[in-house]
Design a protein around this ligand. Structure first.
Ligand code: DX5
Ligand code: ZN
Length: 228
């Protein structure tokens, strides 16, 4: 299978807005994704949950493939699953453009990241609020994106955790000091207010579910996050 390698822009100052499908109306996914694209979404964030790594089950590769086949937008797939190495081929085949795996999951992190890139996808590494930055430092030269969770993963609509801001800044400083090349993404409780704090702390990719898909005006909500 020939993959069109979607190289993401390495400008870490422009904001990337990635609505989370978790907050969409699952009864009409094709229309919801089209609505997000028309509202100005840059990427679409797909929160995959296995009911084991997190205490919730969302959707799997079939939904990723459906979105890939029915809409043309960069698919930022967040695997909140215990065995990302085992399921990786199915998400690659489904059409993921970027795959983020958790450092806390049960796998050989470096090998999983290598396989993601080998398949032509961008590689992301995610860490939970309680996980120290030291846990991901050995891998920062092997990723295109660092996902700093700003809630405990498992559910949308949770309150933003401001204690993660220091970690975001530390990650940005390491990137600059070591001349590394990874976007910093935040996920959980992101709206125009918290997005501003995250951006000025060093993050540029904003995952937002409730504040975009459930806003009265999705386009205004995305613009407010982009300009906050
Ligand atoms: C947590 C999920 C949520 C979701 C966004 O496991 O990853 O963070 O993407 O949720 P909101 O934007 O509704 O807080
Ligand atoms: Zn997510």
């Amino acid at each position: 299978m020939v993959r069109i390698i979607c190289v993401i822009d390495k400008n870490f100052h422009d904001r990337v807005i990635a609505p989370s499908l978790l907050a969409a109306d699952f009864s009409c996914l094709r229309e919801e994704v089209s609505r997000a694209i028309l509202a100005g979404a840059d990427w679409l964030h797909l929160d995959v949950m296995d009911g084991h790594f997190v205490d919730n089950i969302s959707f799997g590769p079939a939904v990723v493939q459906t979105v890939h086949e029915t809409n043309d937008i960069f698919l930022d797939v967040h695997l909140m699953i215990s065995r990302p190495d085992h399921y990786l081929p199915r998400f690659i085949a489904a059409g993921a453009d970027l795959i983020s795996v958790h450092v806390e999951a049960e796998h050989d992190v470096a090998e999983t990241l290598r396989r993601i890139r080998e398949a032509g996808c961008q590689a992301g590494l995610a860490l939970n609020p309680a996980t120290p930055l030291s846990a991901v430092e050995p891998f920062l030269d092997q990723i295109d994106l660092l996902l700093c969770m700003t809630v405990v993963p498992g559910f949308g609509g949770q309150a933003f955790m401001p204690e993660v801001l220091d970690k975001i800044t530390a990650a940005m400083q390491i990137r600059e000091t070591k001349n590394l090349s990874y976007h910093i993404e935040v996920d959980g409780g992101i709206d125009a207010h918290t997005a501003a704090s995250c951006y000025f702390a060093g993050a540029n990719v904003m995952v937002a579910g409730s504040s975009t898909f459930r806003a009265p005006d999705m386009s205004a909500a995305i613009t407010a996050i982009r300009n906050a």
